[in-house]
Design a protein around this ligand. Structure first.
Ligand SMILES: Cc1cc2nc3c(=O)[nH]c(=O)nc-3n(C[C@H](O)[C@H](O)[C@H](O)COP(=O)(O)OP(=O)(O)OC[C@H]3O[C@@H](n4cnc5c(N)ncnc54)[C@H](O)[C@@H]3O)c2cc1C
Length: 390
C-alpha cells in the first residue's frame, strides 16, 4: 500500500495550509453568524484564493478549479476545514460543493451554461431540497411526498421541503420529486432545477437551529403549482435516486474531512490552553488525565482520516464504496463529536464561552450525526449489506 500523496497534492496542501492561516483566520472576527462573511470581504478573499491557486479544489481545471481526484480533495478539504470560513473562501462549502459535483456529472450542456457555470464561478449559491416534514422524506428518502405532474410541456411541482441548507438567497434549488407514483420508490423520483424566482416556489422561513449555519440558513420551502420546463429535469426522468447517491458518496467524505480540519483546530485550541493554564501546581498538559484525553482524540482522528482516505481511494478506482462511505459517516461524525467535547472540557469555562470558537464547533458538530444520513440509518445499511451477503 502506498500512503504517500502525489507531489501536486502535497504542494497544494501546503498552499492551502498557508492560505488559511494568512488570509482566512484573520477574517474570522468579521464573520456574521448564519450569514458567513460580508460580501465585500468574501469577494476579496475569494479573489486571493484564485490568485494563490487554491480556488475550488473540487472543480475541473477548465472551470478554474484544481482538478483533483477524491483523495486529493479530501486532503485539501481537511486543511480548508481548519477555519469555519475556509470552505467558503475556497468555494468548496456544502451544499454548493456537492451540487457542483452533481451538475458537472449530470447536467446537459445548456444546464451547465445556465446553472453550473455561474455556480462554479462563485457568482451564485444553490441548494438541494430532499427532506420534508412528516409524512415526507427524512431518514427514509423513499417517503418523498413532493409530486411533479406532467401538464402539456411542463412539469408542475407541489410539496413542502424543509431544512434545505442555503435556500435563502440561492439562485436555484435542486428539488427531488416523485414523477411516477406507481414505480418502485427508487425509480419514480426525478431531480428538477427550480429557479428561485419561479412562480409557486417560495422560501417561507429560515428554521432557527442550534447550528451556526452558513449563508442562506436551513429553510422551509413551499412548492405550489410551480411549473418548470422539461429542460429543467436533471439527469433524466426517474434518475433521482441514482443521482442522489452519486452526489452523496463523495459529499459524505468531503464533509468528514472538513470536520477533521475543524477537530484539528479544536485540538490546537485545547492543547494551547493546557500548556498555559495551571492547576494543582502544574500545567494542565502535565496531568495524566488530560494527556490521555488528547491521546484518545489523536487516535480517533488518525483512524478517521485513514478510513476516509481509503474510501476516497476506492471511489477514485471506480468502486461505489457504499459500505465504506457509510462506515466513515458514522465513525467520523461520532469521533469528531467526542474530540470536540473533550477539547471543550480541557478549556473549562472558557470552552463554553460564546466568544470562543469551541462552543460554536460543539454546537455545529452535533448536527453531523443527523445530516447526510443519521448514524442509525448508516448502521442499518451497513448491517443489511453484511447480513445479506451470504
Ligand atoms: C444542519 C442540517 C442541514 C441539513 N441540510 C439539508 C439539505 O440541505 N437538504 C435536505 O434535503 N435535507 C437537509 N437536512 C435534513 C437531513 O437530511 C435530515 O435531517 C436527515 O435525513 C434525517 O431526517 P429527519 O430529520 O426527518 O429525521 P427522521 O426521519 O424523523 O428520523 C429521526 C431519527 O430517527 C432515527 N432513525 C431513523 N431511522 C432509523 C432506523 N432505521 N433505526 C434506528 N433509528 C432510526 C435517527 O436517529 C433519526 O435522527 C439537514 C439537516 C440538518 C440537521
Amino acid at each position: 500500500m502506498n500512503f504517500s500523496f502525489s507531489s501536486t497534492v502535497q504542494a497544494l496542501r501546503q498552499r492551502v495550509h498557508a492560505f488559511i492561516r494568512q488570509e482566512v483566520l484573520p477574517l474570522e472576527a468579521h464573520e456574521v453568524e448564519e450569514q458567513g462573511l460580508p460580501d465585500e470581504l468574501l469577494f476579496r478573499v475569494r479573489a486571493k484564493a484564485r490568485e494563490a491557486g487554491v480556488w475550488a479544489p473540487q472543480l475541473p481545471v477548465e472551470y478554474g478549479g484544481q482538478g483533483l481526484d477524491t483523495v486529493g480533495l479530501c486532503v485539501l478539504f481537511e486543511e480548508a476545514g481548519y477555519s469555519p470560513l475556509g470552505p467558503l473562501a475556497l468555494h468548496c462549502a456544502a451544499p454548493d460543493e456537492g451540487n457542483m459535483h452533481l451538475l458537472h456529472r449530470a447536467a446537459t450542456p445548456e444546464q451547465k451554461q445556465r446553472y453550473f457555470e455561474p455556480l462554479a464561478r462563485g457568482e451564485v449559491r444553490s441548494c438541494f431540497a430532499l427532506t420534508e416534514p412528516h409524512p415526507g422524506a427524512g431518514s427514509d428518502p423513499t417517503m418523498i411526498q413532493t409530486r411533479a405532474t406532467r401538464q402539456g410541456d411542463r412539469w408542475v411541482l407541489n410539496g413542502r421541503k424543509w431544512f434545505t441548507s442555503g435556500a435563502k438567497g440561492a439562485a436555484f434549488a435542486i428539488v427531488a420529486a416523485v414523477t411516477d407514483p406507481d414505480a418502485p420508490p427508487r425509480q419514480g423520483v426525478t431531480l428538477f432545477l427550480v429557479e428561485a424566482g419561479a412562480p409557486g416556489f417560495e422560501v417561507v422561513r429560515e428554521i432557527p437551529t442550534m447550528t451556526s449555519g452558513g449563508p442562506g440558513g436551513h429553510c422551509e420551502i413551499v412548492l405550489q403549482d410551480c411549473a418548470v420546463r422539461e429542460e429543467q429535469i436533471l439527469g433524466g426522468l426517474g434518475q433521482g435516486f441514482k443521482l442522489m447517491q452519486q452526489r452523496l458518496g463523495p459529499a459524505r467524505l468531503t464533509h468528514c474531512m472538513r470536520w477533521l480540519g475543524a477537530a484539528a483546530r479544536a485540538m490546537d485550541l485545547a492543547t494551547n490552553y493546557a500548556h498555559q493554564r495551571q492547576a494543582f501546581g502544574k500545567h494542565l498538559a502535565e496531568h495524566q488525565g488530560i494527556q490521555w484525553g488528547f491521546a484518545d482524540s489523536a487516535i480517533e482522528l488518525h483512524a478517521s482520516r485513514l478510513m476516509v482516505l481509503h474510501a476516497a481511494w476506492k471511489l477514485d478506482h471506480g468502486d461505489e464504496a457504499r459500505q465504506e462511505t457509510s462506515m466513515c459517516k458514522v465513525f467520523v461524525a461520532e469521533a469528531v463529536g467526542r474530540v470536540i467535547d473533550r477539547c471543550v472540557q480541557v478549556c473549562g469555562a472558557l470552552g463554553i464561552a460564546c466568544e470562543g470558537l469551541l462552543e460554536r464547533l460543539y454546537r455545529d458538530v452535533r448536527a453531523f450525526r443527523i445530516y447526510d444520513g443519521p448514524s442509525e440509518v448508516h448502521r442499518m445499511v451497513i448491517a443489511r449489506h453484511l447480513l445479506n451477503k451470504k
